[in-house]
Each structure stands twice: as structure tokens, then as C-alpha cells.
Design a protein around this ligand. Structure first.
Ligand SMILES: [Zn+2]
Length: 438
């Protein structure tokens, strides 16, 4: 007996051999995809969903975000990264407490689930609150409290708050719910710490077999300053410190050299490409086509919404494809199938979840998004893959499911109380951080 059976649905996978399967039956059982076929299964189902005029895609994977920054949505637009960070973001974030982070993360996850995202790679502070929010909402999350250390004098890892927070997460949350919640090690970036910190946090990742997260060569200023300071690029200097020795996700990578790309490919580092954030902060356009042709694993992310200002992964897919076409003058660069692959399969590898996430395939987790194609903005459908990448937005998602559990369907969340989140946001967070009430 299936828990859910989709009938006559269109399955869209980032599979170059067979990306679109029309009019199929998809059976979900015990959280897994148990059946995909044109033929109606003999087995019954507790719930049957009519898939006419809809499509199923693998749940999207956001490989770089700072979820709780949802509180800062629209707070600091039209600045460059250094100005934005030091004069707006850091002062506001200094007022955050654990409760703000919990509420902000819940709000972000609500938006993510609403727009078809099932898994996130998150970098923030007060991470036990991030883990709690992720656990309760049902999303998968790889979470780090990346090291950010400016003071070299007497630095000791054991006293570093990032390390202390990671240890709490490792003890209380790591691998909770069969690995749905994971701790990653992390450093914020080359320019916000130094070699001793890189070695310590890389060593910590190796000791407990954790993934690493970091920001890498986001701006020209950062990249060039590193070369003047160390005589090496950020990728080279961090590689030499052992930072890429466990599975690593490096966000941005806008200013990589060809040699840097070779380092990332050799070390199996995933580039989390954040096209909206990179454009909004005027950081530049990452050379994704070059990375892909060199064999680098590239995935997609939104970054925090203070530099985006949404968590809609459909925007990232479309913009990624368009930017590569526009900058290479070659319309064949990053086609629709590749764009969906970056948002799913590549993200699953980045998080260490390949084999269970990223495809709609028998034996994989039933973590999928259903898209309503019967709307004016998606009509007519010549090719569902094209419709999904180039015409759809997250608002066209009508159902999001993780491990067979429906988390969002037709306007309703099953694990999230939006009224409660809003009351906490306007009653506590906004007065605390901005001194304003609604
Ligand atoms: Zn970031």
C-alpha cells in the first residue's frame, strides 16, 4: 500500500537521457519513491493525487544561505558588499539573539518550502536555534556557525564562540532524524580569519568527518587583497591550509582564476553560485560555464535575503542560465536541463546527500515539488523542462514534500504556523532589532 500515489503526472528530472516522463504514476511509500511507471500499479494507496496539468520536480537544494537574515529583507539595498556588511548588516545582527534567529529561520524556511526548496546549506550564528527551526519545519539542513575571527592575539579554538556553538550542534543535533540535520564545519572567509583558524576548523572537520562551508573570492577587492597579502589567491591559500580536505562548499567564487578552478575540481569542492546576490551587491558574474567545462561541481544558492531579496531558487536557475549565455555570447551555455541539475543533483552532492536527494528515482527520498502548470503564466507548455526553468517561479509550486511528508500544499503549511511566526516577528524581533512595531 502506497502512502501517496500521483496519477498521470509529468515527472521532470535533470536527466539528459530522459528529462521528461509524461502521464506516469509515482508511488510514495515510507518516505521513499517506490514506483514510477506508465502503468497503473496493482497496489492501492492511502491517498491518490490527480496529476493532470501538474509536474513533479526533485525538491530544490539551496546550497548557500543565511536563513535568519530574512529579518533583514529589504533593509539595506543598493550598497556594495563592504559598505552593506559593515555599516548595515553587522550592526543589525549585533542586536539578534537566539529567539530572533529562531524566528528568522522559521520565516525563511516557510518561504523556501513554499517555493519548492527541500534542503539548505546554512551559515549563521546561534545555530542550535537554526537546527531547532529546521528540525521542526521538516526541511533538510547542513548548518555551520562559520569561524569569524579578527583578533590573532592569544587565539584559542576552544574559546572561540563559533567552535563552542558547533560543538553544541554536534552533541545535540548532528545526524538527527537519520541525517536530516547535519553539522558542517566552516570558516566565514579568508579575509575574516587567518591560517591558524583555517587549520583548526579544517582539522575539526576531518576529526568528525564533517563538510566545510565558506565564502570564497566573492569580490575583486577580497581576491586582490589576498594576493597582495599572501602572494596567493584565496583558493590556493585555503587549499594549502587543508580547508578543502573534506567535502567543501565554497560560496560565490566570482573571481576565481583558471588555476583556482583546477584546485576546486581536484579537491572536489562545490561552488555555490549565487547569481542574484552577486548582481545585487555588484560583486560580478561568476564564470560558471568555465567551471563546468573544467569539471567543477557547481550548485546554486540564494545567499541571505538581505542581498537577494528572496529565497526563490527558480530565480537562481533562470538567472544562472541567462548570465552564462549573455557573458559568453553562446545561447547553448547552461541549458534548462543543466540549470535544474545545478539546483538539485549538484546540490545533493555538495551536502553529501547524493543517492537520496536530487532526483525523482525509485529508492530516493520522496522529496519533491509539484508545480501547477494550469496557470496563464505557464501556458502553453511545449516542453515542461523549459517551462519550469524559464517561465515558472516559486509561486507556481502547489505542493512541497520531504521524505513523503507533505510540508506545504495549496496555501497551507503542515509544520509551520505563519501567524505565530508573524506575531513573534512583529511583537519581539522588529522592536528589538529596529526599535519599530508594526
Ligand atoms: Zn553568504
Amino acid at each position: 500500500m502506497f502512502d501517496i500515489l500521483f496519477r498521470n503526472i509529468c515527472v521532470v528530472n535533470p536527466d539528459t537521457a530522459c528529462p521528461v516522463q509524461k502521464d506516469v504514476f509515482v508511488g510514495v511509500k515510507d518516505g521513499k519513491i517506490a514506483y514510477i511507471d506508465k502503468l497503473e500499479p496493482q497496489e492501492g494507496s492511502k491517498r491518490v493525487i490527480n496529476g493532470a496539468n501538474t509536474a513533479l520536480i526533485p525538491g530544490l537544494i539551496n546550497t548557500h544561505t543565511h536563513a535568519a537574515m530574512s529579518i533583514l529583507r529589504g533593509y539595506a539595498d543598493d550598497h556594495n558588499l563592504q559598505d552593506w556588511l559593515h555599516n548595515y548588516v553587522f550592526p543589525a545582527e549585533a542586536k539578534f539573539d537566539e529567539s530572533c534567529v529562531y524566528t528568522g529561520t522559521q520565516l525563511a524556511i516557510a518561504e523556501m518550502i513554499r517555493t519548492g526548496t527541500v534542503s539548505i546549506t546554512d551559515m549563521y550564528m546561534y545555530i542550535p536555534a537554526v537546527a531547532k527551526a529546521a528540525y521542526e519545519t521538516g526541511i533538510y539542513a547542513n548548518i555551520t556557525n562559520a569561524a569569524l575571527v579578527f583578533d590573532r592575539e592569544g587565539y584559542r579554538m576552544e574559546k572561540d564562540n563559533s567552535y563552542i556553538q558547533m560543538e553544541i550542534l554536534r552533541r545535540d543535533w548532528h545526524n538527527t532524524d537519520n541525517g536530516r540535520i547535519k553539522l558542517d564545519s566552516g570558516i566565514h572567509a579568508e579575509y575574516t580569519s587567518f591560517e591558524r583558524v583555517w587549520q583548526d576548523f579544517a582539522g575539526y572537520a576531518k576529526q568528525y568527518d564533517l563538510n566545510m562551508q565558506l565564502h570564497l573570492s566573492e569580490t575583486k577587492f577580497e581576491h586582490d587583497s589576498c594576493v597582495s597579502k599572501y602572494g596567493k589567491t584565496p583558493a590556493r591559500v585555503l587549499c594549502d591550509a587543508g580547508v578543502f580536505d573534506t567535502r567543501t562548499t565554497a560560496a560565490h567564487c566570482v573571481w576565481l582564476t583558471d588555476e583556482d578552478m583546477d584546485i576546486l575540481r581536484e579537491k572536489g569542492v562545490t561552488v555555490a553560485h549565487n547569481p542574484v546576490s552577486n548582481l545585487k551587491l555588484a560583486s560580478g558574474v561568476a564564470r560558471v560555464s568555465d567551471m563546468l567545462s573544467r569539471g567543477v561541481n557547481v550548485a546554486l544558492g540564494t545567499d541571505g535575503v538581505c542581498s537577494n531579496n528572496s529565497h526563490d531558487m527558480f530565480e537562481e536557475m533562470k538567472l544562472c542560465a541567462l548570465l552564462q549565455k549573455g557573458t559568453t555570447l553562446d545561447p547553448k551555455q547552461v541549458n534548462a536541463c543543466q540549470a535544474l541539475s545545478l539546483a538539485t543533483v549538484s546540490g545533493a552532492y555538495a551536502q553529501g546527500r547524493e543517492g537520496s536527494l536530487g532526483l525523482i528515482k525509485v529508492g530516493y527520498d520522496a522529496s519533491m515539488a509539484m508545480i501547477d502548470l494550469d496557470v496563464p503564466q505557464l501556458t502553453p507548455v511545449h516542453n515542461p523542462l523549459s517551462t519550469i526553468v524559464y517561465s515558472a517561479s516559486g509561486r507556481d509550486v502547489c505542493m512541497t514534500m520531504v521524505r513523503g511528508k507533505v510540508l506545504y500544499e495549496n496555501g497551507e503549511f503542515t509544520t509551520i504556523d505563519m501567524e505565530k511566526i508573524k506575531s513573534q516577528l512583529y511583537g519581539y524581533v522588529m522592536p528589538k532589532v529596529f526599535g519599530v512595531t508594526k
